[in-house]
Ligand binder design. Structure first.
Ligand code: SF4
Length: 150
């Protein structure tokens, strides 16, 4: 969909837009006012156009990436786009909390217990385990659990 309110387009945007099912539709169809009364019919009609659009996924990604806050994009109304945005934000923050530990990330002093914890975490995420961690974690297993002195 192309409107006067769009952000700047790249050449890749021009390509997918040229295949959009809505390119000959009235752009106003995709910008309902509200979500009750006649707007409900408008939203249904707009989504029906999106349903037969070959570039639906590009359109939705473009709208979410560019922070578009009005209109039907990629077959989703604003509420659905907002939910999708929140889902992506949650996934991004999960990814940000998880990183693959390499030898370069390890501290100079690494206890066998700490190595075992790093190894468990790496295995949980199916990440490679650095050699130094593998060796030290093996030593921790041979020694058994840490016993706290009283
Ligand atoms: S998904 Fe819908 S709004 Fe997006 S380009 Fe296709 S028809 Fe247009």
């Amino acid at each position: 969909m192309t409107t006067a309110r769009d952000p700047v387009h790249t050449s890749a945007d021009v390509v997918w837009r040229s295949r959009a099912a809505c390119r000959n539709e009235d752009p106003e169809l995709f910008f309902p006012i509200g979500d009750t009364g006649p707007a409900v019919r408008q939203i249904v009609d707009a989504k029906a156009v999106c349903d037969r659009c070959p570039v639906e996924a590009y359109c939705l990604t473009w709208a979410l990436t560019n922070g578009i806050r009005h209109g039907i994009w990629g077959g989703m109304d604003m509420e659905e786009q907002e939910r999708s945005r929140r889902r992506e934000d949650r996934a991004r923050s999960r990814d940000a909390r998880h990183w693959v530990v390499t030898d370069a990330d390890l501290p100079d002093v690494l206890t066998p217990q700490r190595a075992a914890a790093i190894q468990r975490n790496a295995q949980r995420h199916s990440d490679p385990v650095p050699e130094r961690v593998r060796r030290l974690a093996g030593a921790a297993r041979k020694r058994g659990p840490k016993v706290r002195s009283q």
